[in-house]
Design a protein around this ligand. Sequence first.
Ligand SMILES: Nc1nc2c(c(=O)[nH]1)N[C@H]1C(S)=C(S)[C@@H](COP(=O)(O)OP(=O)(O)OC[C@H]3O[C@@H](n4cnc5c(=O)[nH]c(N)nc54)[C@H](O)[C@@H]3O)O[C@H]1N2
Ligand SMILES: Nc1nc2c(c(=O)[nH]1)N[C@H]1C(S)=C(S)[C@@H](COP(=O)(O)OP(=O)(O)OC[C@H]3O[C@@H](n4cnc5c(=O)[nH]c(N)nc54)[C@H](O)[C@@H]3O)O[C@H]1N2
Ligand SMILES: [Mo]
Length: 557
Amino acid sequence: MTNSIREIRDADFLFVIGSNTTEAHPVIAMEMKRAVRDGATLVVADPRRIWLTEIAEKHLQLNPGTDVWLLNAMAHVIVTEGLVDKAFIETHTEGYEAVAETVKRYSPEEAERVTGIPAEDIRWAARKYATTKKAGIYYTLGITEHSHGTDNVYALANLVLMTGHLGGESMGLNPLRGQNNVQGANDAGATPIYYPGYQRVDDEKVRAKYEALWGVELSPEPGWNLNEMMKKAGDEIRGFFVMGEDIILSEPNVLALEERMNRVEFLVLQEIFPNETMRFADVVLPASGFAEKEGVFVNSERRMQRVRKAIDPPKGARADWQILLDLAAASGASWHHRTPADIFDEFAQHAPNFAGISHARLDAQGEDEDGYTGLQWPCPDPDHPGTRYLHEGRVLRGKGLLTAVEYRPSDELPDEEYGLLLSTGRTLYHYNAATQTRRDPGLDTKQPGAFVQLHPRDAKKRSIRDGDPVTITTRRGSIDAIAHVSRQVKPGCIWMALHFAEARANVLTNDKGDAVTGTAEYKVCAAEVTKASDYTGELHEFRGSHYQAGHAEDAPS
Ligand SMILES: Nc1nc2c(c(=O)[nH]1)N[C@H]1C(S)=C(S)[C@@H](COP(=O)(O)OP(=O)(O)OC[C@H]3O[C@@H](n4cnc5c(=O)[nH]c(N)nc54)[C@H](O)[C@@H]3O)O[C@H]1N2
Ligand SMILES: Nc1nc2c(c(=O)[nH]1)N[C@H]1C(S)=C(S)[C@@H](COP(=O)(O)OP(=O)(O)OC[C@H]3O[C@@H](n4cnc5c(=O)[nH]c(N)nc54)[C@H](O)[C@@H]3O)O[C@H]1N2
Ligand SMILES: [Mo]
């Protein structure tokens, strides 16, 4: 996030695109609701009706995968109506001319044809965004989980840069992070292209620094991303160390992946619960959960926070870092670290953006005036107070780069054989692989099993009624679930949650990845639904467990 969570309440315009914030980020959604209550304008761009669309001024209900059309058309309006911030463009950006030229071809009328959003609504949203100073954009997987996810993000950045909505409170571009400490994992260099603190692996000076520090030779080549790794499993990759990930549930086109995993020679799983991936494991190392260990987590707003052990782990389970240190020792390395503080301080000290943050400083850090603890990076030296929002006075890159993007359709769209568009995601009641949430009876009552949402019109055509067991099929496989006939989805679209091991949505999904990041196209593929002939699963009902469009009382307060 370029901004902080506490700045959301003071925004005057919120553009939420591809984020089901109420279910996936309830705390952030509270701040959005607070802003709306205080008069802010909320615009939601999402193919589905979600809780936030109930309080939005406008719901731009676009066809899945058509965001580039919507965003380029908004840019078209901003450019042609002279609503750009000329001074900001001049001083702080590069690449504007090419974008202005490209978006000329993206008229709101043509955009209406592709996205399904009325041209006047696109105009209205563009004008309102451009002319409101405190305007923030919030996005998540509806933007990124596409074969053209990077294009979507560029198109959003173009809007921000051409209007100069950056470098101030409540204005900026805010991707909301997913898992606990996924920001911290990235910050720490758990990516194929960076050492800690976003120092590139192909930067000669950086590599020399870490070679000296760690006493080993390091490769100058970036590594493989997750999508590439999954495709190389069983061939170029013969062994896996899987730590805190249920790849056999959460990776796309998972039946094909299972075949490749059968050829993997050795798989270690470091886990807190049994999961699907355990079926392929040769060794399981029992780890402890978040409340059972000391350390630092980093949240979505770049805030590093001390986390203190609250309870003991079960017998035999140990903190992830302890297991890793023991493995290093058993492999003949002599790492000097003895505590989480040793590890954190090495990580922070050698990364310029974190160098002012030490474990001891975080330990001593009391609450600030709003009750927050911890420090937000960049924080380059020990006297630096941390950074609430990025790009103040100067864009961090030097010049903010606008990038012209053209619309590219999703990899697989509905056709004669597979007449529906399947999208997948998450719900309030379960958490990703659901190893943690499905063992809680309350959550299980709320949402006991797999379901597929389909529009009444599509259900009728197929003689499917609410509650019927159905089979969902794509080119990659099929699974059974309970039909949930709902106007939450558009006609022609169906939607499933990824959470259920007995009906894995990822048997169905397409593993085509984004060209830059490798992120898979979880949000769009072609599918068909039929009545299940021999359903063996449980017949469960929706006990008010899911949002029904028009029933705002279902919404969590
Ligand atoms: N309760 C709960 N909370 C979670 C999680 C969980 O499993 N359960 N998981 C966490 C993780 S790891 C993550 S990454 C986040 C994800 O958080 P989100 O990204 O908010 O979650 P999703 O349900 O994947 O989908 C986001 C929204 O994108 C919309 N969408 C789908 N296709 C498109 C499209 O083409 N364009 C646009 N504009 N929108 C589209 C969907 O309708 C949905 O409303 O949530 C985190 N929080
Ligand atoms: N169809 C579809 N698939 C998707 C997505 C989608 O939108 N649609 N979203 C994708 C996204 S954004 C994400 S992030 C992934 C998430 O997918 P995963 O990362 O596979 O799922 P999680 O449930 O977040 O966690 C994985 C494992 O971590 C374990 N774990 C929890 N805490 C700890 C710990 O402290 N230490 C250790 N060692 N293990 C721990 C849990 O028991 C669980 O087995 O799914 C992706 N897959
Ligand atoms: Mo995620």
